[in-house]
Design a protein around this ligand. Structure first.
Ligand code: C2O
Ligand code: CU
Ligand code: CU
Length: 503
């Protein structure tokens, strides 16, 4: 029946690099036992695990989007333990970090649409934490938001189902009240890849996962996490904490190999606390095929791709170089800062990784599809409200975060427009939990193509508008600036989505 299919390994997709012994581990996975039926849902509960509350599981989509699975639903079950660890993040130095299952980044979750996912989270940190599944549509209790902190020594089971049509690149990170920047800086973040059975791209394309992050170290190898009241701490709070050491999936300037003529599929995640990446691969035109919530309708040629904080991009790298040459993926300067606190070296391009061509004779490039999938436009005639969000430093609509307050109240199934106005002189990446949206325009300029998004970077003094349909789950969903220090300082609000009367 489901035997081998239900057994899942969590792959560690560090590009072309083996982690030192001890850092490379498989997430512990349990073989699942007896099938249990709760209402219309069937899942396989771990033998000996107390039954899961039906309320945690019952999805109440206004419009059912889960097509009947063509194959038996697979259950993926794993344990993620957050705990202090001492790892070598930089050559020759050991650093005290926080790690998921002993590694930074944490294990990659390699999932498929339709999967039932059960993550047993164990918090072995000396402080409260959560795991938030950034961009995934899931029940409120599974969101890992500040509403559901897990105390030190505590545990929580995150249970959710991956929706059809949401294949894409996502990530996970802690989301405790006021401590997200600190915990992510300490090493808590990891990638999620969701695959579709009907993915339109050739399966033969080699795939690479690039988790971009940065960090800052003191001379003794420890992380530079200044006291919040020191000048350095205040600068981090203002700018968002950036580091001068750039990591690609935990490695510093790794090398990827490519054969001349080969096409590779890259999934890129900006997991930095504040850094924006303006990506370019000199000598190559990138073919962007998707963003936060999966594939575009058609590939788009790009000289460079700006990846705001929390955003993802899927792209195709075409090996147009000659055998035995090399190219460098660079982060070009991107000015997101106010002049007073702009880092002195902001205008220097940074090298992220080396792309080394093999000596093999060029291969014939594979044929690529011109159409990837349909991204149906959300219907603007159904819009029942426009939510205006005015961003100033550390505030949204003049208010700081209050967990006891509901800032926006609405109903499941409604379609609304959000107009996000940035009044200040630095960029703020705006993120919404619980639902994917479509950007309509930026500063009045219509978005050139449709995409499912969960973060939109709003540059200084600009306005972005997006349309969203609340067709996921009811609950209290956060929206916030994804510069983690801004989020921690209260640049966040609460959207309450109530179950609709018909349901
Ligand atoms: Cu990536 Cu509210 O978070
Ligand atoms: Cu999120
Ligand atoms: Cu911000």
């Amino acid at each position: 029946m489901w035997s081998s299919d239900a057994l899942r390994r969590i792959r560690d997709d560090r590009p072309e690099r083996r982690a030192p012994r001890g850092r490379r581990r498989l997430a512990s996975l349990a073989l699942l036992a007896s099938p249990v039926s709760i209402g219309a849902l069937t899942l396989w509960a771990n033998a000996g695990t107390p039954g899961l509350a039906a309320a945690d599981l019952a999805p109440r989509p206004a419009v059912p989007t889960l097509a009947p699975p063509a194959t038996p639903r697979r259950t993926v079950e794993l344990t993620l333990t957050a705990a202090p660890a001492r790892l070598s993040l930089q050559p020759g130095a050991a650093t005290d970090v926080f790690a998921y299952n002993g590694q930074v980044p944490g294990p990659t979750l390699d999932l498929r649409e339709g999967d039932s996912v059960i993550v047993h989270f164990r918090n072995r940190l000396p402080e409260p934490s959560t795991i938030h599944w950034h961009g995934i549509v899931l029940p409120f209790i599974a969101d890992g938001s500040p509403f559901h902190p897990v105390p030190p020594g505590g545990q929580h089971d995150y249970v959710f189902t991956i929706r059809r049509g949401t294949a894409g690149t996502y990530w996970y990170h802690p989301h405790p009240d006021h401590r997200t920047s600190y915990q992510v800086s300490k090493g808590l973040y990891g990638a999620i890849v969701v695959r579709a059975a009907d993915d339109p791209l050739p399966r033969s394309l080699p795939e690479k996962l690039l988790v971009l992050s940065d960090n800052r170290f003191l001379a003794d190898g420890s992380l530079d996490l200044p006291d919040p009241h020191s000048p350095g701490g205040r600068l981090d709070a203002e700018n968002g904490r950036e580091g001068d050491v750039l990591f690609v999936s935990g490695a510093i300037r790794p090398t990827l190999t490519i054969r001349s003529g080969e096409v590779q599929r890259w999934r890129v995640i900006n997991a930095s606390a504040a850094r924006v990446y303006r990506l370019a691969l000199p000598g190559h035109v990138l073919l962007q095929i998707g963003s936060d919530g999966g594939l575009f309708e058609r590939p788009v040629e790009r000289e460079e791709i700006v990846l705001g904080v929390g955003e993802r991009a899927e792209l195709l790298v075409r090996g147009t170089g000659a055998p035995n040459t090399r190219a460098v993926l660079r982060a070009l300067p991107y000015d997101r800062y106010i002049p007073q606190t702009r880092p002195v070296d902001w205008a220097e391009p940074r090298d992220l990784l080396t792309l080394q061509y093999t000596t093999e004779a060029p291969t014939t490039p594979v044929a690529l599809p011109a159409v990837l999938r349909r991204v149906p436009a959300l219907d603007t005639t159904l819009v029942t409200a426009t939510r205006v969000m005015v961003l100033t430093q550390h505030l949204i609509n003049g208010k700081g975060m209050d967990m006891g307050r509901v800032d926006v109240s609405t109903t499941l199934g409604a379609t609304e427009i959000w107009e996000v106005e940035n009044l200040v002189g630095m960029d703020h990446p705006f993120h919404l939990h619980g639902f994917q949206f479509q950007v309509l325009d930026r500063n009045g300029v219509p978005e050139p193509y449709r995409a499912w998004k969960d973060v939109v970077n709003v540059p200084r003094h600009e306005t972005a508008r997006f349309i969203v349909r609340y067709d996921g789950y009811p609950g209290k969903w956060m929206y916030h600036c994804h510069i983690l220090d801004h989020e921690d300082h209260g640049m966040m609000g609460v959207l309450e989505v109530k179950p609709s009367v018909e349901h």
